[in-house]
Design a protein around this ligand. Structure first.
Ligand code: PRE
Length: 360
């Protein structure tokens, strides 16, 4: 049996080998960067990253490796993030402030090394991306409990930027305060959705009559509660830590499966992969006529295209009660059967992006 020292010596040797291999990999990546510069190709290729992870996961299964899917994904997403930075450092705008769930989501895809830009509204994130001051943007699009983030959909409808990736992240809320007793608390800050997700906790702890103050983000809530005695924040654990606010309770959300879906936006189109999803907005010309949506959806059924989401939104176009439909379906916009349906309705459909389906 090896001693601890033997084990550490073996680990050091393996780490040395891994470092050599990682540098070898980065040399190849640098060349990829040069090729892309010559050809104008997109640096971030989510479908290629997914294919690499899937291949390694199945190799790992065959070899009976100790790593699981999550571990392989976490290690390689960090490697890809470093690789993309070597190819071309690109700025990522996100709905801040620092420590927001969106920041956490952005870091999970772009790693710790990237150049991040925290912005205080979804609209400014879109503006920054559209002006070219950032190459990517990360914004929330829906929560499993509270539903769609209307602002993101409305801005997507008007923007030329596309969804290039999606990711699902479990949202855990913490109750953080500098107050010594719950009875001393007179104000609680959070994002409106934060209150919505923790109603049972607030009831059970007799906090429902305390003044609930909605602010633009849970991280902002942590900043404010850190400044004011007798106040508290419902925020991420990461934000509480970042702004020096002691966490009193963790995981206070009503639903344990509280997950937010985030989208990454940019200005390019992904190549087709085997596991794509597409998002569109549909403005049916004769939306008031009964059956027009059914007929539209029948075209999808005929081509055996499965939908994963349909949501109506007030159009806000004209004074009336017009509606749009936001639809997610499986497949890539460039697939033949999908083109058939889209071409038939081309005056009614806005393509929002085709991207590799995220792990829910
Ligand atoms: O294959 C590419 O296009 C690369 O740029 C290389 C690489 C990688 O590290 O493997 C890096 C970034 C892309 O998002 C996908 C893959």
């Amino acid at each position: 049996m090896k001693t601890l020292d033997d084990c550490r010596e073996a680990i050091d040797e393996i780490d040395n080998e891994m470092l050599t291999l990682l540098n070898k990999r980065m040399k190849v990546v640098q060349r990829v960067g040069e090729i892309k510069k010559e050809t104008g190709g997109a640096i971030y290729r989510p479908e290629r990253e997914k294919a690499i992870i899937d291949r390694l996961v199945s190799l790992n299964e065959k070899e009976g490796g100790l790593l699981n899917y999550k571990a392989i994904e976490a290690i390689f997403l960090e490697i890809f993030a470093v690789a993309r930075n070597l190819e071309l450092p690109e700025r990522i705008a996100y709905l801040g402030p620092e420590g927001s769930f969106t920041h956490q989501a952005a870091e999970s895809r772009f790693g710790a090394m990237s150049d991040y830009l925290s912005l205080n509204s979804i609209a400014s994130v879109f503006k920054t991306l559209e002006s070219g001051r950032a190459k990517f943007a990360v914004v929330p699009i829906e929560n499993s409990r509270d539903g769609i983030v209307g602002e993101t959909l409305d801005l997507l409808a008007k923007s030329s930027m596309k969804i290039v990736a999606e990711l699902y992240m479990p949202i855990h809320m913490s109750f953080a305060t500098k107050a010594e007793k719950l009875e001393d608390i007179t104000k609680i800050y959070s994002k409106d959705k934060g209150f919505g997700q923790c109603r049972e906790f607030l009831n059970e702890h007799g906090l429902i009559n305390v003044e609930l103050i909605p602010v633009e983000s849970t991280a902002k809530a942590a900043i404010l509660a850190a400044r004011e005695p007798n106040s508290a924040a419902i925020c991420s654990h990461i934000a509480a830590k970042l702004y020096g606010l002691p966490t009193l309770f963790e995981n206070i959300e009503d639903a344990i499966d509280n997950t937010t879906r985030f989208v990454i936006l940019s200005d390019f189109k992904n190549a087709v992969s085997e596991n794509d999803k597409t998002s569109i907005l549909v403005r049916l010309k004769d939306a008031v006529e009964a059956g027009s949506l059914v007929r539209f959806l029948q075209d999808f059924e005929e081509e055996k295209i499965n939908l994963s989401k349909i949501e109506s939104r007030p159009s806000r176009d004209k004074g009336g009660f017009g509606y749009w439909f936001y639809i997610d379906f499986y497949g890539h916009i460039d697939e033949e059967k999908i083109q058939k349906v889209i071409q038939k309705h081309k005056d009614e459909v806005t393509w929002l992006g085709s991207y590799v389906k995220g792990e829910e």
